[in-house]
Design a protein around this ligand. Structure first.
Ligand SMILES: [Fe+2]
Ligand SMILES: [Fe+2]
Length: 293
C-alpha cells in the first residue's frame, strides 16, 4: 500500500512522542554556535553527567586518539582535544544511546545504521582536514545525522519500511526512490523535517535534505558535498549498513564540482593519498564505536 505525501505529513504531525534531541546535545550545539561561551561553562554541563563523563574520558584515552598523557578530567579533554572534538564525542554517545534498538524485530539493524552514520561523520571531518575546508564541527554532526530520517521510518512506519527494505534488497534498487513510491517521501525529506523540529541550524537541515544531491543545496552546498562524498566512501568500504543499490562512482561524484570551488587544496589533491588517509581513519572507527555503545 502506498501512502500519499499528505497522509504522511498528517501522521507525522499527530505524533506527540517524536524522538527528541538529547538535552546535552542541544545545549552543546547552542554553546558551539555562541562565540562567547567559555570552556568552563561547557565543562560544567558535561561534568554534571557522571556516566557521560566517564565515557568521554575513556574515548579520550583510547587508542583512537593515541594520547601519551592521561586525560583525567573533562577540562583537560577540552584543552587537549578541543571543544569541537569533545562535542563530537558527546553527540555520538548521546545519539547512539537515544536511538538504540530495544527489540530484535527491526527492519533496520540499528547498530549497523549507527556504524554507517558514525563512519560518515569521521570521514566528513577527515575530508575537511585534507581539503583544508574550515568548518566548526558541523561536518561531523551532519555526517552523524544525515540518514536520521530512516529512524523515523523505522519507528513510525514500521510495516511499510520493512516492505521498502525487502523490495530494495530483492530488486537491488535505489533506496530513496522506493521510499517515495511507497510513502510519498524519502528519508532525506523526513530527516530534514525532524532536524527542523529539533531546531538545528539551517545548514545542517539542508545537508540532510541534499546529501544525495548536493548541487541542490543553496545555503551551504559545501557541507552537503562533504557529507555526500563521505557517505560514498563509507558505502564503498562497506562499513555498517546502508540498504541502497545506488551506483557509487566516487571519481565522478557531483560533490567534487562543489568542493573544487571551496578547497584551496583541490588542484593539488592527491586522490590516492586521500583514499589511504580515509582507509586509515576507517580502521580506527571500531575502537571508537566499541566505547560509545
Ligand atoms: Fe541517505
Ligand atoms: Fe548514508
Amino acid at each position: 500500500m502506498s501512502l500519499e505525501k499528505n497522509d504522511i505529513t498528517e501522521k507525522l504531525n499527530s505524533i506527540d512522542n517524536l524522538p527528541t534531541l538529547p538535552t546535552i546535545a542541544s545545549q552543546l550545539l547552542d554553546l558551539l554556535g555562541d562565540n562567547n561561551s567559555s570552556m568552563m561553562s561547557i565543562a560544567k554541563i558535561i561534568s554534571a553527567d557522571p556516566s557521560l563523563t566517564s565515557k568521554v574520558l575513556r574515548i579520550a584515552n583510547s587508542a583512537y586518539y593515541g594520547m601519551r598523557k592521561k586525560i583525567d578530567t573533562i577540562k583537560l579533554s577540552l584543552v587537549i582535544l578541543g571543544i569541537e572534538e569533545v562535542t563530537n564525542i558527546i553527540l555520538s554517545i548521546s545519539l547512539f544511546k537515544t536511538f538504540q534498538s530495544d527489540t530484535s524485530s527491526s527492519s533496520l539493524d540499528l547498530e549497523k545504521f549507527w556504524e554507517h552514520s558514525l563512519a560518515t561523520a569521521h570521514i566528513s571531518r577527515l575530508l575537511c582536514r585534507v581539503l583544508r575546508i574550515r568548518m566548526h564541527g558541523e561536518e561531523f554532526t551532519a555526517g552523524l545525522i544525515h540518514d536520521i530520517g530512516k529512524i523515523i521510518f523505522e519507528q513510525y512506519f514500521f510495516e511499510d519500511y520493512c516492505e521498502i527494505n525487502d523490495k530494495i534488497l530483492k530488486d537491488k534498487l535505489i533506496n530513496y526512490k522506493v521510499e517515495e513510491d511507497f510513502l510519498g517521501v524519502n528519508h532525506m525529506d523526513i530527516g530534514a523535517w525532524l532536524a527542523e523540529k529539533w531546531k538545528l541550524p539551517s545548514n545542517l537541515v539542508e545537508s540532510i535534505r541534499f546529501h544525495h544531491f548536493p548541487k541542490l543545496a543553496e545555503e551551504s552546498p559545501i557541507l552537503s558535498a562533504i557529507v555526500s562524498l563521505a557517505d560514498k566512501f563509507v558505502k564503498q568500504n562497506e562499513i555498517g549498513q546502508s540498504i541502497n543499490f545506488e551506483e557509487i562512482d566516487l571519481e565522478n561524484a557531483e560533490a567534487w564540482d562543489i568542493i573544487k570551488e571551496y578547497s584551496p587544496r583541490y588542484i593539488n589533491l592527491d586522490i590516492e593519498k586521500t583514499i589511504t588517509d580515509v582507509n586509515k581513519e576507517i580502521e580506527k572507527i571500531p575502537s571508537f564505536l566499541s566505547i560509545i555503545k
